[in-house]
Design a binder for this molecule. Structure first.
Ligand SMILES: *Cc1c(COP(=O)(O)O)cnc(C)c1O
Length: 381
């Protein structure tokens, strides 16, 4: 019998995916994005597997601090920078680089001119995402102000973020690239623009001439975890391998008469007599509660379909194609043979959400990293 809900994390796949990033972006440095607990995979274990990355990016100061405290020596960039003096002092203490995106941060830097250390910075331009960053003339003014900040390490690095790079037909991406390149062309710092969709989908960003050097550093997230940033595709289409697979087991098999409904609110009604299976997985584990009837589930490696609502601890599946299965038989919710991208479509969401959503009670089995099939059980945190 297999254990209750668990994820298997293939750390060799993380390494493989990093090598794919290098293949797509051979002339760039790689800032591996491991925010949000490495998209739910466990920040420290993923950082260990990514020892060949040139640096890491996290969203928040506390994530960067934890990475340093775990002993990682690489460059670490905090994508949201700091919002108060305390956070700035933490960045300095732990030698974390900050994204500077708002005038309040510059005011704090000016006030704290006497603080100890030097802060490496990435000045962020807002090229159309309209989330973080300075636009147009404000970007250049911010650059000049940072030049005058004692605390700021030179040169000032430059960063922007795509809003729509997963849509290859949207020329907004090209406009973002041009705006950024034009703004940074006279500045000596390193530049960074491309996320996973940019790396795979916009090769003209990567192979920049000296005039068009928008991505000295690329910032892959999703593709490191083996997923496609493009709708309708899977990671395999781009040479990527899934890192996470989510598993559980059947805990009951039963026959339900025609006309009966299954689960909360009776959203599924059996048209004929139905053999159904109950699987020990639910939204309490991170199996998305909006996954719809008809979503594929593997029982003993064979496809069956979800029926009825997802409960906290259980789902129900239609076993008519697999009448012989038994309680205890293994179930795969995504991963091996069942791309998480496909499950995301059935849940009206994106693979990012599913990967990030795995909860504490799900056991983790690590696989890979040189020691063959050595497996350890740990938590995702
Ligand atoms: C999350 C993030 C990334 C990585 O994006 P993916 O789509 O996962 O590759 C890159 N840059 C910034 C600023 C981000 O917030």
């Amino acid at each position: 019998m297999t254990p209750a809900a668990f994820v298997r994390l293939d750390l060799e796949a993380v390494r493989h995916n990093l090598m794919q990033v290098k293949r797509y972006a051979p002339d760039n440095k790689i800032m591996a994005v491991i925010k949000a607990n490495a998209y739910g995979h466990g920040m420290a274990r993923v950082a260990t597997a990514l020892d060949l990355a040139d640096g890491f990016a996290v969203a928040r100061v506390d994530e960067g601090v934890r990475l340093r405290q775990a002993g990682f020596k690489q460059a670490i960039t905090v994508l949201q920078g700091f919002v108060c003096v305390d956070e700035l002092l933490q960045l300095l203490k732990f030698q974390l680089a900050a994204v500077i995106h708002t005038p309040q941060q510059i005011a704090i830097l000016q006030q704290q001119a006497d603080a100890e250390g030097k802060l490496a910075v990435w000045l962020k331009m807002d090229t159309g995402m309209n989330r973080l960053g300075f636009k147009g003339a404000d970007f250049n003014a911010a650059y000049q102000q940072l030049l005058g900040c004692e605390l700021v390490e030179q040169p000032i690095n430059l960063i922007t973020h795509f809003a729509n790079a997963d849509d290859l037909l949207d020329d907004k991406t090209r406009r973002q690239i041009d705006l950024f390149n034009d703004a940074v062309k006279d500045y000596p710092g390193a530049c960074s623009i491309a996320n996973s969709a940019g790396i795979i989908g916009w090769p003209n960003v990567r192979f920049g001439s000296t005039q068009d050097r928008a991505s000295d550093w690329v910032r892959p997230g999703l593709m490191l975890y083996g997923c496609s940033p493009f709708a309708g595709k899977t990671g395999a289409d781009f040479g990527l391998k899934p890192v996470m697979s989510l598993h559980s087991r059947l805990i009951a098999v039963k026959d339900v008469a025609a006309g009966e409904t299954v689960g909360y609110s009776g959203t599924w009604q059996c048209q004929t007599a139905t053999r159904l299976g109950v699987v020990s997985i639910g939204y309490g584990d991170g199996y998305h509660c909006h996954t719809k009837s008809g979503a594929p589930v593997l029982v003993n490696g064979q496809r069956v379909t979800l029926i009825g609502r997802v409960s906290m601890d259980m789902i129900t599946v239609d076993l008519h194609s697999q009448p012989g299965v038994q309680p205890g038989d293994p179930v795969t919710l995504w991963g091996d043979g069942l791309p998480v991208e496909e499950i995301a479509r059935h849940a009206d969401t994106i693979p990012y959400t599913l990967l990030c959503g795995i909860t504490q009670r799900v056991q983790v089995i690590e696989q890979g990293l040189g020691d063959g099939c050595a497996q350890t059980v740990a938590s995702t945190s």
